[in-house]
Design a protein around this ligand. Structure first.
Ligand code: C6P
Length: 401
C-alpha cells in the first residue's frame, strides 16, 4: 500500500480542523470522503464535456455519451458482470432496490407473496418490499450477529418470490455468507437480491461467481459522488421485468395507443441521468482498482482488529456485532449512556462517528437498545485515529455518569 500520508493527501477534506481539533472522520459507512481525482473529474466534465447523452448529434453529446458508457463497462468489469447492459445506473442503493422491488413484483407477484430478508437489513431492503405488497420472513441472527442458516432453510414456502439480503451489515459489520444463501435459494428456484452498499468498497465482488440475480450499491460509499448508484441484474430477469419509470430514453416507440420499450439497460434509465456523477463514479472505481481492493480490505481489517482490541480494554464498553467474519464497522455503547450523547461529546473532540439506529430499527429491537455509536473505517484512516477515538471515549465516559 502507498504511504498513508500520500493517501490522505488525496482527500482534501481530511486536512481541516473541527472544533479546533484535527478531524478524525470515522463515519465512512454513512459516506466515504472523495479523493481529489474524483472531484476534478467531475469538475472537468462540467467545464469541458457537459451535454445530454444518447440524443444529440453534436460533438459534446457524443463525447459525453462515450464517457458515460465507458463507466458502465468499468462497473461491469468491477463486479464481473457478463454483459454491460446488465448494469443500470440509479441514484443509489435505495433507488436500485426500489426499482427491483417495484418491477419484479409487477412481473412475479401473484397476490400472496413472501420475501425472505435477513433480520439485519437496512430499511432500504425492507420497506420497498412492503410497498410492493410482500409479507417479510426475516432470517434470525445470533447475539454475535451471525445469520441462522438452519432457520433460513425453513423459511421457504410456495409463496417465496425472492430472497433479499445484505452482503455486509451496516450496523453489525457482519460479512454474510451470501454465496451459501444464494445457493440455498436457487435450490428452491428462488432468485436473490444482494444489497452490496457496505460491501462494494471493502470486498472483491464477482456477481457471476456469487451467482446472484441482482446486486445493488451506491457510488458515495465507494469514494464516488452522491447521486449515483448501480443496479446489476441478470439479463434474463431484466428482460422479463417491466420498466420502473416512464419517460425519455426508456422507450422504443410511443403513440397515444401504445408504447414499446427500449432495450437493456435503457429500459430502466428513464430521463436524463446524472452524467457528471457517473463520470465521478468511474474515477472512484479507478482509484479503488489502482489501490487494490485486497489492499483496502487488509488495511481496514487491521484497523477494525486494533480498534476492537483497544475498545474492549475499556470498562463499560459493549460491542454489538462480534461475528468472526466482519469488516470495517464497530458498533458500541458505553454503559447506559445514550449513543447520541456519546456522539455529541466525541464531535466536540473532532471525532465524527454515527449514532442512532442506523436505519436498522429491527436490529435495535433484537438487542433491546435505542441505538449504537458506530465507528467505520476507510482506506485513509490510521491507527493514530483509532487511538484518538479510544482516548476520546475514555475522556467522555466520566461525563456520562
Ligand atoms: N447506509 C449508513 O450510515 P443509499 O442511502 O441509497 O446510498 O444506501 C442505503 C443503504 C442500503 N443498504 C445498506 C446496507 C446501507 O448501509 C445503506 C446506507 C448508511 O449506514 C446511511 S443510513
Amino acid at each position: 500500500m502507498q504511504e498513508i500520508v500520500n493517501i490522505r493527501a488525496q482527500f482534501p477534506i481530511l486536512e481541516q480542523r473541527v472544533h479546533g481539533r484535527p478531524l478524525v472522520y470515522l463515519d465512512n459507512a454513512a459516506t466515504t470522503q472523495k479523493p481529489l481525482r474524483v472531484i476534478e473529474a467531475m469538475d472537468t466534465y462540467y467545464r469541458t464535456l457537459n451535454a445530454n447523452i444518447h440524443r444529440g448529434a453534436h460533438h459534446l453529446a457524443a463525447a459525453a455519451t462515450e464517457r458515460y458508457e465507458a463507466v458502465r463497462r468499468q462497473v461491469q468489469s468491477l463486479i464481473n458482470a457478463r454483459h454491460s447492459h446488465e448494469i443500470v445506473f440509479t441514484r443509489g442503493t435505495t433507488e436500485s432496490i426500489n426499482l427491483v422491488a417495484h418491477s419484479f413484483a409487477r412481473r412475479y407477484f401473484t397476490g400472496d407473496d413472501e420475501v425472505i430478508v435477513s433480520g439485519m437489513e437496512h430499511h432500504s431492503n425492507i420497506v420497498p418490499w412492503q410497498l410492493a405488497g410482500a409479507r417479510l420472513r426475516p432470517i434470525p441472527f445470533s447475539d454475535e450477529g451471525v445469520l441462522d442458516l438452519g432457520a433460513y432453510r425453513q423459511l421457504f414456502s410456495g409463496h417465496t418470490r425472492i430472497v433479499a439480503v445484505n452482503h455486509v451489515s451496516n450496523t453489525l459489520g457482519t460479512v454474510n455468507p451470501v454465496r451459501e444463501i444464494i445457493d440455498i435459494a436457487h435450490e428452491h428456484g428462488v432468485p436473490v437480491l444482494i444489497d452490496g452498499a457496505q460491501a462494494i468498497s471493502h470486498l472483491p465482488v464477482d456477481v457471476q461467481a456469487l451467482g446472484c440475480d441482482f446486486y445493488c450499491f451506491s457510488g458515495h460509499k465507494m469514494y464516488g459522488p452522491m447521486g449515483v448508484g448501480v443496479m446489476y441484474g441478470r439479463e434474463e430477469l431484466l428482460d422479463a421485468m417491466p420498466p420502473y419509470q416512464g419517460g425519455g430514453e426508456m422507450i422504443s416507440e410511443v403513440s397515444f395507443e401504445r408504447t414499446t420499450y427500449n432495450q437493456l439497460p435503457f429500459k430502466f434509465e428513464a430521463g436524463t441521468p446524472s452524467v457528471g456523477d457517473v463520470i465521478g463514479l468511474g474515477e472512484a472505481i479507478a482509484f479503488m482498482q489502482e489501490m487494490g481492493i485486497g489492499t483496502l480490505a487488509a488495511h481496514e481489517d487491521d484497523l477494525l482488529r486494533y480498534a476492537t482490541e483497544r475498545l474492549l480494554q475499556l470498562p463499560g464498553v459493549r460491542l454489538f456485532g462480534t461475528a468472526p467474519q466482519k469488516t470495517s464497522v464497530l458498533s458500541f455503547l458505553l454503559g447506559e449512556a445514550h449513543p447520541y450523547d456519546v456522539g455529541t461529546l466525541l464531535d466536540q473532540l473532532g471525532i465524527a462517528v454515527r449514532t442512532g439506529h442506523h436505519c436498522t430499527q429491527p436490529v435495535m429491537d433484537r438487542y433491546g437498545i435505542p441505538g449504537t455509536v458506530r465507528a467505520s473505517f476507510a482506506v485513509y484512516n490510521t491507527r493514530e485515529e483509532v487511538d484518538a477515538l479510544v482516548a476520546g471515549v475514555e475522556r467522555v465516559m466520566p461525563m456520562l455518569d
